[in-house]
Write a new protein. Structure first.
Length: 220
């Protein structure tokens, strides 16, 4: 299976379309008002509807929420027809029980290997996103040691995030093969504004690294 690609922090239709046309599998939108990549409900609705009308009716959008009441997050996912909610704050374990049937991704802000013990809990999560620890919630451009995830990627659906760029993604994918990779600041001109050239370069690097790994496995 190919490594999935999520372009996160999308704030406009042009960047969403650039990601999908280049081959992204998921588009992330941030619903955290304190983020420089925040999108309002109205803007998100416009992005989803416009993109679907431009030849991507099955585009998979993921909403990123930080300490949002669970019913509100699940309701927004349902209203916009998002693929999943990415829960990215300091939510307690019981929070996830109140998301109902909403598909969700749990985020681990990794400080050390000990942080990854959470992967043994929360069986209802559709996937996990492992990001480098930062005081802010995502988009900080801090790198995670990908090798730490090696024992877990075969047992869990994991998105690797944190400081990924077109230049370093190949090295990360030589260490592990996660379910997916997540990039935001690594393909930006400024917070909330993507470089379409960097998006294309990032996706090209992921696909090349993925193919190289597959060829290596076939010949070994």
């Amino acid at each position: 299976m190919s490594v999935k690609i999520k372009i996160c922090g999308i704030t406009n239709v042009e960047d969403a379309l650039a990601g999908l046309r280049a081959g992204a599998d998921y588009i992330g939108m941030v619903f955290y008002p304190k983020s420089p990549r925040y999108v309002s409900l109205e803007r998100a609705e416009h992005i989803v509807q416009f993109v679907q009308g431009q030849g991507f009716p099955d585009a998979r959008f993921i909403g990123v929420f930080v300490n949002e009441p669970p019913k509100k997050a699940a309701g927004l996912v349902e209203r916009l027809g998002l693929f999943a909610a990415q829960i990215h704050g300091d939510e307690p374990e019981e929070y996830f029980e109140h998301l109902g049937s909403c598909r969700f991704i749990r985020t681990i802000r990794v400080k050390s290997e000990e942080s990854l013990s959470a992967l043994g809990r929360g069986g209802a999560a559709w996937a996990w996103l492992c990001d480098a620890y930062s005081e802010q919630y995502g988009g900080a451009g801090k790198k995670i040691d990908a090798a730490m995830l090696a024992p877990y990627v075969s047992r869990h659906r994991i998105f690797l995030a944190g400081g990924l760029t077109p230049e370093n993604i190949s090295d990360a994918l030589k260490q592990i093969k996660p379910y997916g990779v997540d990039v935001s600041s690594g393909v930006e001109i400024a917070p909330g504004k993507k470089s379409h050239e960097k998006i294309m370069a990032f996706i090209k690097s992921v696909k090349e690294a993925d193919n190289e790994a597959k060829n290596k496995n076939t010949t070994s």
